[in-house]
Design a protein around this ligand. Structure first.
Ligand code: ADP
Ligand code: ASP
Ligand code: MG
Length: 411
C-alpha cells in the first residue's frame, strides 16, 4: 500500500469522457489499497479562455483579479473529477488551494509555494477518501488567491507529494513520457526511460513544457520520485531521477524550443561601471525574469546591450528600459518579439568540446542566422528568427541526437 500523488493535465480532463477515464484510473489505484491524492488542471483551453476574458475587458487588468479568474478553471475540474469518482463508488472530496492550504508568496500570476500543510490531506486519505486538489492555485498570507504561472499544476503536484512524503508523484499527460524533443515538432523524437533532474531542469527552463521548471526543482530538492506518463495508455513513462554514472555517455539528450520570449536592445550605452545595474535593477523590481544577456565592450566607449524576457512581459520591460535609456544617455531602444530560442542539453557536454561548433555548422547549412548565443555547463542556447523554429529543432535533433555526436564523418 502506497501513498500516491497523481496529476492530470488539461487534455487528460479535456471532456467528460476523459474525466470519467481519469476517475477509472484513480479508482484502480485506490482499489488496490493505495492512498491517493489527485491534482487536476483546468480542462484544455479553459485557462486561455479565462485569461482572454480578462484581457479583452481591460488592457491592463489587475493581476489580483486575473488570478481570481484564471484559477476558476481548476475549480471546475476538481468538482467534476470528484463527482466522477463518487459515481464509481469511491469516496472523494475536492479541495481548492486555500482549503489545503497551499501557501504562496503574494506575486500574482507567478506565485511561489512557501508551505503546504500536509495534515488535512493526510487526514482525508487516511480516512479512506481520495483528495482531489485544484492545481495551479494557492493563497498568500493576506488571504488573496494566487496562481503559480502557466503549467503550474505540475508544481502543485510535486510540492504536495513532497509535503505528504508520497511514495511517487505521477504526472499524467497527453504524451507517453519525456522525449528527446517535442514529439509534436519532430516525429523522430525518442522516448527516454530516465532523465536526470539537471537535464530536465534545463529542458523545462528552455521551453519543454512537459514539466513546469519549479516542479523539477521541488522534486530534486525533496527527492520526490517523479514519473511522467500518458493518461491514455499504460506505457511505463519516463522517470526523472538523480544523475547516474552512465548518463554522461550520452552527449546530447534533448533539444528544446522556446517561442515565448522577446528580445530588447539598448543602443550605444555608455560603457561605464554601474550601468548594467541601472538597466536590470528596475526590471528585476518588477519581477520580470531576464534570460539571456549580451553586452559587447566597444572601442569608442559605447556598447549595445541585448537581453531577452518572457513575451508576456515585453511591453512592460520595454517601457522600463526606454525610461532608463533616456536617463543613461543610450541612443535608442529596439525590440523583436519574433524570435525563438533553441537549446541542446546533455550531461555529456561537460566533458566534450565541439558541440557548439557542430550546432553552428548545422544551422549555417540551412541558412539560419544566429542572433544570440549562451552556454552553461550542460546546455547551449541560440536565438533565431521564430519562423525557423521547427526546421532548427529537426536538423539539430537529427545531427546531435539521432546520429550521435562524433559518429558522423566530417563533411
Ligand atoms: P498537460 O496539459 O498535461 O500539463 P502540457 O501541454 O503542459 O500537458 O505538456 C505536454 C506537452 O509537452 C506535450 O503535448 C508536448 O507537445 C510538449 N513537449 C515539449 N517538449 C517535450 C518533450 N521533450 N517530451 C515530451 N513532451 C514535450
Ligand atoms: N491550467 C493552468 C495552465 O493552463 C495550469 C496547468 O495546466 O498546469 O497553465
Ligand atoms: Mg502542463
Amino acid at each position: 500500500m502506497a501513498l500516491i500523488v497523481q496529476k492530470y493535465g488539461g487534455t487528460s480532463v479535456g471532456n467528460l469522457n476523459r474525466v470519467r477515464a481519469v476517475a477509472e484510473r484513480v479508482a484502480a489505484a485506490w482499489r488496490q489499497g493505495n492512498r491517493v491524492i489527485v491534482v487536476v488542471s483546468a480542462m484544455a483551453g479553459e485557462t486561455n479562455r479565462l485569461l482572454k476574458l480578462a484581457h479583452d475587458l481591460s488592457p491592463h487588468p489587475s493581476p489580483r483579479e486575473v488570478d481570481v479568474i484564471a484559477a476558476a478553471g481548476e475549480q471546475v475540474s476538481v468538482g467534476l473529477v470528484a463527482i466522477a469518482l463518487k459515481d464509481l463508488g469511491i469516496p472523494a472530496r475536492s479541495l481548492l488551494g486555500f482549503q489545503v492550504p497551499v501557501e504562496t508568496d503574494g506575486v500574482f500570476q507567478k506565485a511561489r509555494i512557501k508551505r503546504i500543510d500536509a495534515s488535512k490531506l493526510l487526514g482525508i486519505v487516511e480516512g479512506g477518501e481520495v483528495a482531489v486538489v485544484a492545481g495551479f492555485q494557492g493563497v498568500d498570507r493576506w488571504g488573496n488567491l494566487t496562481t503559480l504561472g502557466r503549467g503550474g499544476s505540475d508544481t502543485s503536484a510535486v510540492a504536495i507529494a513532497a509535503a505528504v512524503k508520497a511514495d511517487v508523484c505521477e504526472i499524467y499527460t497527453d504524451v507517453d513520457g519525456i522525449y528527446t524533443t517535442d514529439p509534436r515538432i519532430c516525429p523522430a523524437a525518442r522516448k527516454l526511460e530516465r532523465i536526470s533532474f539537471d537535464e530536465m531542469l534545463e529542458l523545462a527552463s528552455l521551453g519543454a513544457k512537459v514539466l513546469q521548471i519549479r516542479s523539477v526543482e521541488f522534486a530534486k530538492r525533496y527527492g520526490v520520485p517523479l514519473c511522467v506518463r500518458s493518461s491514455f495508455n499504460d506505457e511505463p513513462g519516463t522517470w526523472v531521477v538523480a544523475e547516474e554514472p552512465s548518463m554522461e555517455d550520452v552527449l546530447v539528450s534533448g533539444v528544446a524550443a522556446e517561442q515565448n520570449e522577446a528580445k530588447i536592445t539598448l543602443h550605444r550605452v555608455p560603457d561605464r561601471p554601474g550601468l548594467a545595474a541601472r538597466i536590470f535593477g528596475p526590471i528585476a523590481r518588477e519581477h520580470i525574469v531576464v534570460d539571456m544577456i549580451i553586452q559587447n565592450a566597444s572601442e569608442d566607449g559605447f556598447t549595445d546591450v541585448t537581453f531577452t524576457v518572457p513575451r508576456a512581459d515585453h511591453a512592460r520591460a520595454l517601457a522600463i528600459v526606454s525610461d532608463v535609456a533616456r536617463d543613461i544617455g543610450a541612443t535608442g531602444v529596439s525590440s523583436d518579439t519574433n524570435i525563438a530560442k533553441i537549446s541542446v542539453v546533455g550531461l555529456g557536454m561537460r566533458s566534450h568540446a565541439g558541440v557548439a561548433a557542430r550546432m553552428f555548422e548545422v544551422l549555417a547549412r540551412e541558412g539560419i542566422n544566429i542572433q544570440m548565443i549562451s552556454t552553461s555547463e550542460i546546455k547551449i542556447s541560440i536565438v533565431i528568427d521564430a519562423k525557423y523554429t521547427e526546421l532548427a529543432v529537426r536538423v539539430l535533433h537529427a545531427a546531435l541526437v539521432e546520429q550521435g555526436f562524433g559518429e558522423e564523418t566530417p563533411s
